[in-house]
Design a protein around this ligand. Structure first.
Ligand code: FE2
Length: 455
């Protein structure tokens, strides 16, 4: 009798889809999907299937009927590639919300858990909101990811420490496992399916703490970034080249610099710097960055530099290494050259950063590193998503807060005129504005003139 009841329960579970092992349904065939690299006309969808399969992506403005669909070309996921692949859909319309799902061996996936949505940016100047943050324990399922989703940003940018793998051995296996844990966390997966994902790593997700180009897994890190992430076109393509990239939304150019995989440490003797280092690591990489800044200026855009490494260091002087900080203070010549370029060409620039486990805003008061002054650059740190609080650099004009469960929101107001205005707001996992130690809300609004005002 007991056996009969058990068999009956198993059959009911199977028929209602409650026991997917007994009753294979389409969701069994997909492990994760996420979208990124969205432009007014195209999107890139990255995914993993459970087994090798023939796959294409279907995109439609209608999430129910999938009417008027657009498709990517068919591709094949392969066991040798961990069944991870990507597809690009183009000929999209600007400023349109789309829904997507995988079509596997001619059958559309029916699982809502393996479908997503995104909105293409408009093709002209427009106002929008983006969210960003850094630093979450590997595979975190914090509610903060739902909160970020509820902001309905046009895209979500992770500025590093997507996981804390600290990978320096068994490179390939460990990168794969850590990316699986991130993308298969229910709340992170929900965020990445609802909101296009942009990502630039920092130290713990590239290699280990304060890592640089000499990390033993450097090439594996770069290879797996290219395999798993829905990135914008990369500036360089060799196996040990940085994964730096840029993209433009409206009149805002986001410049993501991969400083970790290229960083050359300075050399010190007795706490005195005897050889200059470089965060960009090569002339070609630095040149690409400065050309991006100049191109933004020339095109009448605001430049937003995503630097995982904190720009503002607390005063450390020549004995800087003795403070054991990991920020731009150890690279004063390179930072000064960038600041001088910003000053010379009057480049409208601000910086988004992570790394430190805090939210902090500086309006430029403490970030002017040009020779003789003249390049105050607003800086906004946001994090940690799920990690203990810590503090780096500063001081910060609008204060800071070091506490777990924080993210940043950037709202761009652009009506197409000469001026563009930005509002930065630090928020906690309940969606409330974070206050600094003095009880003041950490938020800052600034405006910049765009266009050819080069002296
Ligand atoms: Fe971190």
């Amino acid at each position: 009798m007991k056996n009969a009841i058990a068999l009956g329960l198993i059959l009911i579970a199977a028929l209602t889809g409650g026991c997917s092992r007994l009753w294979p349904v389409s969701e069994d065939r997909v492990t994760f999907v996420l979208a990124g690299a969205v432009t007014p006309r195209s999107v890139r969808i990255n995914f993993k299937t459970l087994r090798p399969a023939r796959v294409r992506v279907q995109v439609s403005p209608n999430p129910v009927t999938y009417a008027n669909p657009l498709y990517s070309p068919y591709g094949q996921t392969q066991a040798g590639q961990n069944n991870v692949s990507h597809a690009v859909v183009d000929e999209l319309h600007p400023g349109t919300q789309y829904y997507y799902r995988l079509v596997i061996d001619n059958t559309p996936s029916t699982s809502k858990a393996h479908a997503g949505k995104f909105t293409t940016p408009r093709a002209e100047p427009f106002s929008f909101k983006m969210a960003f943050a850094s630093c979450a324990v590997t595979g975190s399922n914090s509610r903060i990811f739902q909160q970020i989703m509820q902001e309905k940003p046009l895209f979500y940018l992770n500025t590093g420490d997507l996981h804390y793998g600290n990978i320096s051995s068994d490179c390939s296996d460990r990168f794969i496992k850590h990316y699986y844990r991130v993308f298969m966390s229910p709340r992170q997966s929900e965020l990445y399916r609802s909101t296009p994902f942009v990502y630039m790593w920092d130290d713990h997700d590239y290699a280990n703490n304060d890592s640089d180009r000499n990390a033993p897994c450097q090439q594996a890190a770069i290879a797996h970034y290219k395999q798993f992430m829905p990135y914008y076109p990369l500036a360089f393509d060799q196996p040990d080249d940085p994964v730096s990239q840029s993209f433009t939304v409206g009149r805002v150019r986001f410049i993501l610099t991969d400083l970790r995989s290229q960083k050359q440490e300075p050399e010190y003797q007795d706490c005195q710097r005897v050889k200059t280092g470089s965060n960009f690591g090569s002339e070609a990489h630095l040149n690409w960055f400065t050309q991006q800044l100049l191109a933004a200026k020339e095109a009448g855009q605001l430049a937003v530099w995503v630097s995982g490494i904190p720009y503002i260091n607390h005063p450390g002087g020549p004995n800087y290494q003795c403070d054991e900080q990991d920020d731009w203070g150890g690279f004063p010549q390179e930072r000064e050259a960038i600041a001088n370029l910003v000053k010379q060409h009057q480049i409208p620039l601000c910086i988004l950063a992570g790394d430190a486990h805090m939210v902090a805003i500086d309006d430029g008061t403490n970030s002017d590193y040009a020779s003789g002054g003249g390049a105050p650059v607003p800086v906004f740190h946001a994090g940690p998503l799920k990690r203990y609080g810590s503090f780096k650099g500063g001081p910060y004009s609008h204060g800071h807060r070091s506490k777990s469960g924080q993210y940043g929101v950037m709202e761009i107001e652009d009506n197409g005129g000469r001026e563009i205005c930005i509002t930065w707001t630090a928020k906690n996992r309940q969606g409330n504005v974070v206050q600094n130690r003095a009880g003041k809300k950490i938020t800052y609004r600034f405006c910049r003139m765009l266009g050819s005002t080069t002296p």
